[in-house]
Ligand binder design. Structure first.
Ligand code: ADP
Ligand code: MG
Length: 310
């Protein structure tokens, strides 16, 4: 079972779209896929027709169980989406209260990793949609995954937010026993504007090893597909944007994408420490304390059984 997370501390950059589009394509190719919504806003959950205000269980139930010292049964929290081979572990808006409730409790950083290890025989792929802030949910996602995709909107100021995210990943990588390859996915690329090509050039200049060689173009079909509540690949299989995600998936599965961990280059004029907030630093310390080591690699090593076929 492969676990990928879609993360960026900035909102509106295409994190959820990346998860739902890659998920749709994986399912369509016959890979049983689980989408995990760890964003309290529940956009992915809402996209797939569930109400994050009402939904019982979901990821929130896993944290509640862990807090009470009960075994976490992810299987009971997973729902079907109506698309073959595509399941969802929904979010609840109550997830927003977790940092306050449990943020300082030990052992809360591996709740998702452990829960996913319990359903490893059901799925070939897990895609985690992260919230746009560093806290217990993002820490859980980054502890559980083996690769992180960082959608970055190609616009002015994109680099500033990206440096912050890459700095977070650098710290996470230090706390993990295994490296965490990071791939920057330039999104919402509009070549008719001045901002998109210019920011893409700067992004590649600054992160030549981590930036994907291609881009996800701006495509209004994504918004239309979200209104229909099905993955873009189902609603508009030949849309330009879907084709771009198809190429990304091909390259992720067996293409030329190198496994590069996040490294923030020495920047001119910006003190790297200054782009890391206090909360980021305390979350990183928390990660170190929790010793990701043994438990995460145990989760990563579980096999997916019979090819994940139902
Ligand atoms: P995030 O999860 O990072 O907040 P979303 O995936 O929800 O971002 O995308 C934000 C908005 O932009 C949504 O309305 C989505 O439909 C739209 N969007 C995302 N990617 C594209 C794209 N490549 N082209 C056009 N619209 C997009
Ligand atoms: Mg989102």
């Amino acid at each position: 079972m492969k676990i990928w997370a879609s993360a960026n501390q900035k909102g509106g950059v295409g994190k959820t779209t990346t998860v739902v589009c890659l998920g749709g394509l994986l399912a369509e190719a016959g890979h049983p896929t689980l989408l995990v919504d760890l964003d309290p806003h529940g956009s992915l959950t809402g996209y797939l027709g569930r109400d994050p205000e009402g939904a019982d269980g979901g990821a929130y139930a896993l944290f509640q169980a862990a807090a009470q010292g009960r075994a976490e049964d992810a299987g009971a929290s997973i729902v079907e989406t109506g698309c073959t081979d595509l399941s969802l572990l929904p979010a609840r808006t109550a997830l927003a209260t977790l940092d306050r409730q449990l943020g300082t409790r030990e052992g809360m950083g591996l709740v998702i990793a452990r829960a996913l290890a319990g359903v490893a025989s059901r799925f070939e792929f897990v895609l985690i949609d992260c919230p746009p802030m560093l806290g217990i949910l993002m820490v859980n996602a980054l502890a559980a995954c083996e690769r992180v995709l960082i959608p970055v909107q190609t616009e002015y100021l994109a680099l500033h937010g990206l440096d912050r995210m890459m700095r977070t990943l650098e710290m996470v990588t230090r706390a993990r026993p295994r490296p965490l390859p990071a791939l920057i996915v330039p999104t919402l690329f509009d070549r008719r504007t001045r901002a998109s090509p210019e920011s893409l050039r700067r992004l590649r200049e600054r992160y030549p090893e981590q930036a994907w060689r291609s881009v996800i173009p701006v495509d209004t079909r994504f918004r239309e597909a979200s209104q229909e509540g099905v993955p873009p690949s189902v609603a508009y299989p030949r849309a330009r944007g879907v084709e771009a995600y198809r190429l990304l998936l091909e390259e992720l599965l067996d293409g030329p994408i190198p496994d590069r961990a996040a490294v923030v280059p020495a920047s001119t004029g910006t003190d790297p420490a200054s782009i890391v907030s206090q909360s980021t630093r305390s979350a990183a310390r928390e990660m170190e304390r929790q010793k990701f080591g043994e438990t995460v690699s145990a989760a990563g090593e579980s096999s997916h059984g019979n090819g994940g076929c139902k």
